[in-house]
Design a protein around this ligand. Structure first.
Ligand SMILES: [Zn+2]
Length: 368
């Protein structure tokens, strides 16, 4: 019964919002509306230098300009001499990248303040149409831009929509933005959207430095949340990287989102629009839109200046976010051990437990 209850609770944590229909209110996020972008973008693979790559970039510029945003293409030649994806192997590549950068202007004086930066890459690996990786995220940002541009009244801060190039060959577009674009001085907070699968909830799996202050916004951002600092510990040990790393190195606070269910579609020819789960798209979009609205009104200079501290966090089955400073971990573990030993001592003294058998049981735990 205990196992069954635990399984039910765990399954309940994978909830995501229902996909909003085409006819949803204009200021809301609609996965059905965003899906039209996914079908338009993910017709074929669009690696750097391909005709599809150019077609999709032109589509993005057209859509963003049509929404009334100021839109430009940042071109840069990036030479990468890092270790690449495989440690120990030196990879040298030079690439001409083209990022699409659109700005939704905030209220008076916003151009002198830090901005909210939403990021999704539009390139793919050569063998995949990349409907999830990363057309879902691109579509989520386009639908978010539409909802924000159509809302009455301006946000306090500028909102930057950054569609990066060449993520799949070493996050070169993100690097070009962070190192060379004039907006690099005004990165207040970063929200990066990614995919490593085809369904399931959008997991918030990585935070930048100084993220502690940003949690206040995350807590109230979406009705269904599923996150844990454990995700980051796992992710750190994997060879994967995302655009978020470039921003994190630049010291920007922020959050990194991705869905990981249905991972067999990742970087595969089967990552087509039919493989996209509308609720997953809705989940990314609800994070993007609510966080853009909240952070669009926040004091981002204070957020960026907030003292950085590692934080342990996780969601309860009720959806509530629990967090505490990482430096509490050892004292908490010590307190748990003390309480546990005290309980054992009481039980042994009351003859409810046999000390020898209990010690043997504890020793057996070392075996696995
Ligand atoms: Zn990706």
């Amino acid at each position: 019964a205990l196992l069954g209850a635990a399984a039910l609770l765990a399954a309940g944590m994978l909830r995501r919002p229902e996909a909003a229909p085409e006819a949803a209110p204009g200021d809301a996020f609609s996965a059905e509306r965003a899906l039209r972008h996914v079908r338009e973008i993910a017709r074929a693979p669009r690696p750097l230098g391909s005709a599809e790559h150019r077609r999709v970039r032109a589509h993005l510029v057209r859509e963003l300009t049509g929404l009334g945003l100021t839109c430009e293409v940042q071109r840069a030649t990036v030479v990468d001499e890092s270790d690449g994806m495989r440690p120990g192997a030196t990879v040298r590549i030079a690439a001409d990248v083209a990022n699409v950068v659109a700005v939704l202007p905030g209220a008076e004086g916003a151009s002198r303040r830090p901005a909210v930066v939403l990021v999704a890459h539009y390139d793919t690996v050569p063998a995949s149409p990349g409907a999830n990786d990363n057309a879902v995220a691109v579509a989520a940002l386009l639908e978010t831009a539409r909802a924000l541009a159509g809302s009455r009244g301006k946000l306090a801060n500028d909102v930057v929509f950054l569609f990066t190039d060449a993520e799949e060959i070493g996050q070169l577009g993100a690097r070009a933005f962070v190192e060379r674009h004039e907006l690099r001085e005004r990165i207040g907070v970063v929200l990066n959207f990614e995919a490593r699968g085809s369904r399931g909830p959008a997991l918030m799996f990585e935070t930048g430095r100084n993220a502690r202050a940003a949690y206040r916004h995350l807590e109230r951002a979406a009705a269904h949340q599923y996150t844990s600092s454990l995700f980051r510990e796992v992710y750190k040990r994997m060879p994967n990287a995302t655009d978020f790393s470039a921003f994190e190195r630049a010291g920007a606070p922020g959050f990194n989102f991705a869905h990981i269910g249905g991972y067999t579609h990742y970087h595969s020819a089967s990552d087509t629009p039919e493989a996209v789960e509308p609720q997953t798209l809705q989940h990314h979009g609800s994070y993007a839109l609510t966080l853009a609205r909240r952070l669009g009104e926040a004091d981002l200079a204070a957020l960026r200046g907030a003292e950085g501290e590692e934080t342990v966090f996780f969601t309860l089955p009720t959806g509530r976010l629990v967090r505490y400073p990482a430096r509490w971990t050892v004292p908490l573990a010590a307190a748990t051990a003390v309480v546990w030993l005290a309980a054992l001592a009481l039980l042994v003294r009351g003859r409810a437990l046999d000390a020898g058998i209990t010690a043997l049981g504890a020793a057996a735990a070392l075996l696995p």
